[in-house]
Design a protein around this ligand. Structure first.
Ligand SMILES: [Zn+2]
Ligand SMILES: [Zn+2]
Length: 615
């Protein structure tokens, strides 16, 4: 008899021991039954073990599917780093299939792309470094470099993955890739039909599909000879999964590339601080089209001010299109000084505090510190701290009133729910059937708007004043990304409504994003990532008293541990969610091993752990 440790797919349970007369290879997918129950469930053989002292059940069925050694290794890392079971981690992967024959026929691709001098330099840098950050302004031609790199890998009979934020997987990108790679490329994201996914998998198994452009789950496809991972818009926070396992596909790509010596390109116009800190980079500044851009600031506190309406009106009268950006789809409140535009910071965490409940209090979600809204602004001494509210629906209505003859449409998650809807709105907009597009972050992600001559940015101060150590990075990067959408061909204008003109103006007009990243790194040193690791421990339960007790118990326990620091604890920003009361503890440490040890020691069923959380 043989004995095996098996992990149950998608289960938080620890691994179990089963027996079989067969010799089973590690990584094989099998079926087992739990505690004499009839129905069979999916599991994976992790390793062969000695005969245990207890009685084992038989493995039910052995399949032809298997997870490679690399998959098992990476899943082990995921379960340790992102604190989940091995069964949950390995379930991210789609296994290989032994039964399908591989088409070994070599195929050669010729993209016919001629790189510019600047691009050529970046490509040389890539060949030399193997793993790098392509820190490239919008329109400077990142995509050509990606395609060249993919072409080279495919012509060496290997595979490549191009990761993009789900929303950037546009028909435009699809067409570009298909032009070069034909049927060898496939697009993979959550809205792809089940049937199409099966076809793609079949293509990957046979080797006919050699490259996939996809959302974060594409990282777990069964490629036989993966040699290149490209992460486009690498600053995008949607690479972090918000359900278990709470991995970050970008960070995981860096880990995988380093461990297996793969090629890696992280691309962004607004590189994330983490990647800027970790990887060698090259700047591409020249824009591909000859664009000249003008950025104006409007410091009125009224949402659609006279200056903004004037600008929109002029742009429309010339037959051009306008995009209007707002940071959140719903109504969102934030605090700001009427006079200087600053917000009240937490004295312990150096981040803006958020408004709380009755609006009379300010609260820091990191450390739980709460204070009354001060009578006058602590920064300038004479302004008043007040609440502002922003929302796409309201702005859309107002614009319709101002411009009754024009077509105004909304572009956010409430409006755009399907892939077809996304395609149709983008098509309408690009064929001039819409005059003004009002939207959220969705507007900023990778779409090409041919005829936009004005980008209006509202409510950016709400991002800047968010209760997060990332708020400056988020606000500036968003603004630059949106500005990049205006005037991609020819002249473009941007009008930014802000009471923090000095900050934005400096990094947009006088200095640049690289300078910003350097100064931000200084601010974070000793306090925040990438210098320290931070994790959030979320407690949730339907019984509010029980969960509060559990929180208190862990706060006490964690505070006794000298290797980590309890930054703060308290109610979650959304206290009651799906009928459960929620609390959280935030901890940090410069010692990753100790931090993980602590996180793994938490055995409470009420707890979810969020490593490298997007605060
Ligand atoms: Zn002030
Ligand atoms: Zn604080």
């Amino acid at each position: 008899m043989n004995y095996y440790e098996v992990a149950i797919l998608k289960s938080p349970q620890e691994n179990l021991t089963y027996q079989s007369l067969d010799e089973i290879e590690n990584g094989t997918k099998v079926f087992i039954s739990l505690r004499n129950r009839k129905n069979l469930i999916e599991a994976v053989v992790v390793k062969k073990v000695e005969e245990p002292t207890f009685k084992c059940s038989d493995i039910g069925e052995i399949t032809s599917f298997f997870y490679s050694t690399e998959m098992l290794e990476i899943a082990t890392f995921i379960s340790q780093y992102y604190v989940c079971s091995f069964g949950e981690a390995i379930s991210l992967y789609i296994p290989f299939n032994k039964e399908i024959k591989i088409n070994e026929e070599q195929q050669l691709f010729d993209s016919k792309i001629v790189l510019s001098k600047e691009q050529e330099k970046a490509f040389e840098f890539y060949l030399q470094k193997k793993q790098f950050l392509l820190f490239a302004n919008t329109g400077s031609g990142k995509t050509e470099i990606y395609i060249k790199a993919i072409e080279k890998v495919l012509n060496a009979n290997a595979n490549a993955i191009l990761l993009m934020p789900e929303i950037s997987l546009t028909p435009q990108m699809e067409n570009r890739l298909e032009k070069v790679f034909g049927n060898s490329v496939a697009i993979w994201h959550s809205k792809v039909t089940k049937k199409r996914k099966e076809q793609i998998l079949e293509g990957i198994y046979t080797g006919n599909i050699k490259v996939v452009a996809g959302a974060r789950s594409a990282l777990f496809l069964p490629f036989k000879n993966l040699k290149l991972i490209v992460v486009d818009e690498e600053h995008d926070e949607s690479y972090k999964s918000d359900s278990k396992p709470r991995y970050n596909a970008k960070d995981l790509s860096i880990y995988i590339a380093k461990k297996y010596n793969l090629n890696l390109i992280l691309g962004s116009a607004t590189a994330s601080i983490g990647s800027f800190h970790k990887l060698p980079f090259i700047r591409l500044k020249k824009t591909y089209f000859d664009t000249s851009k003008r950025v104006y600031f409007d410091n009125s506190s009224q949402e659609l001010s006279v200056a903004i309406i004037d600008k929109i009106s002029t742009t429309l009268s010339r037959g051009n299109q306008v995009i209007v950006f707002l940071p959140t789809r719903a109504n969102f409140k934030y605090q700001i000084c009427t006079s200087c535009g600053k917000s009240v910071e937490c004295p312990y965490c150096s981040v803006s505090m958020s408004l709380h409940k009755n609006d009379l209090a300010l609260k820091c979600h990191y450390c739980g510190y709460t204070q009354k809204i001060p009578d006058s602004c602590p920064s300038c001494g004479n302004g008043i701290i007040h609440n502002l509210r922003v929302g796409t629906a309201e702005v859309e209505e107002r614009l319709k009133e101002f411009f009754p003859q024009k077509i105004v449409k909304r572009f956010d998650r409430d409006e755009i729910k399907t892939d077809n809807k996304l395609k149709s709105v983008l098509n309408e907009f690009n064929s001039n059937k819409i005059d003004i597009l009002v939207g959220t972050q969705m507007l900023s992600k990778g779409h090409d708007y041919h005829n936009v001559k004005l980008a209006v940015v509202l409510g950016i101060d709400s991002v800047l004043n968010m209760n997060s150590y990332k708020s400056r990075e988020r606000a500036l990067s968003l603004l630059i990304q949106i500005a990049g959408r205006s005037g991609r061909k020819g002249e473009g204008e941007v009008i930014v409504q802000t009471q923090n003109e000095e900050f934005f103006d400096y990094y947009i007009n006088s200095s640049d994003y690289e300078e910003f990243l350097k100064s931000e790194l200084e601010f974070r040193e000793g306090l925040y990532p990438p210098y320290l690791k931070m994790a959030k421990i979320i407690f949730a339960h339907a019984n509010g008293l029980k969960v509060k007790d559990e929180l208190d118990r862990y706060v006490k326990l964690l505070k006794q541990n000298g290797n980590i620091e309890v930054v703060g604890f308290g109610q979650s920003p959304i206290f009651k969610l799906a009928n459960k009361y929620r609390y959280e503890i935030i901890i940090r440490s410069s010692n990753i091993k100790e931090l993980l040890k602590v996180l793994h020691s938490i055995k409470s069923t009420m707890v979810t752990i969020d490593m490298d959380t997007n605060f």
